[in-house]
Design a protein around this ligand. Sequence first.
Ligand code: 13P
Ligand code: SF4
Length: 323
Amino acid sequence: MTAMLETGTPVDSLSREILDLKKRLNAVILAHNYQIPEIQDVADFVGDSLGLSQQAARTDADVIVFCGVHFMAETAKILNPSKVVLLPDLDAGCSLEESCPAPKLKALQDTNPNFYTIAYINCSAEVKALCDVICTSGNAAKIVRHAPKDRDILFVPDENLGAWVTEQTGRPMTLWKGNCYVHVEWTHNAITRIRREHPDAPLIAHPECTKAVRMLADEVCSTEKMVTWCRSHPSPAIIVATEAGMLHRLQKECPGKTFIPAPTENCRCNECRFMKMNTLEKLLACMQNLSPRLELPQHILDRARAPIERMLEISALPEDNAG
Ligand code: 13P
Ligand code: SF4
């Protein structure tokens, strides 16, 4: 049976139009692992923030269609200032980005000239422009290991990711008090209950989860590392504590396995409302109109580029090459 969207349009015909237009525009479609299944299925590349930045840095397409949230598309624009970068819904934000306005960060930086600021990629371009280096959940520990030993690290804006990195590296850091409103919904109690129901299933969790949840996990990692971990783990069933879109990607990559979404305490809050703002209809419309586009002031483009490039360079180094 043909799958239909809520509007009554068949998914197949919309997807075909998107793929035709992609060829005509010489466009590349980059999609985050949390995007709805229909978008993941038309994308050229589906991955985590690090993989998407690496793809954006190396693409020779004329148009980058970014199916993710605003800060991700901004990163693609900073790496490709002369290209057209489209985002199906410009309002697709992030609670971490909201928690850290650039003027507030600047005020804190001014209190200590020895701060070395590492920003999780989930922040605005203005914040990136104030930082020494960017990291993602996939390379945060490595980036921190490469930070100069004589500097005081200021880590923004996710306090949970920051705390996890300190556990990995032993490096104390001043942490900004931001969090992901989705990942803090998982609780120790709810996870303990699901683990009792499936005693043989390992648990994977994103580092944006609280410590109370991370300590119950068999593996804490970025969304892309979840894919490689699940592929190589022998268990036929795995409990997943991250945004619901991940289940589609995991199911596609590991077709023989069962993925159990970890329940939150009181509600079904495992969907990021920002990630879910992008729809197949909006994706087609933005490609037809070449809008909405990401535009940034020249001085932000110039200043935010170096910390992102530093991240990409460190990421490409062999694992044990910490300076
Ligand atoms: P990843 O880079 O691990 O995909 O995480 C991005 C994100 O927004 C998690 O909430
Ligand atoms: Fe931001 Fe959380 Fe949504 Fe990721 S899941 S984009 S961190 S609000």
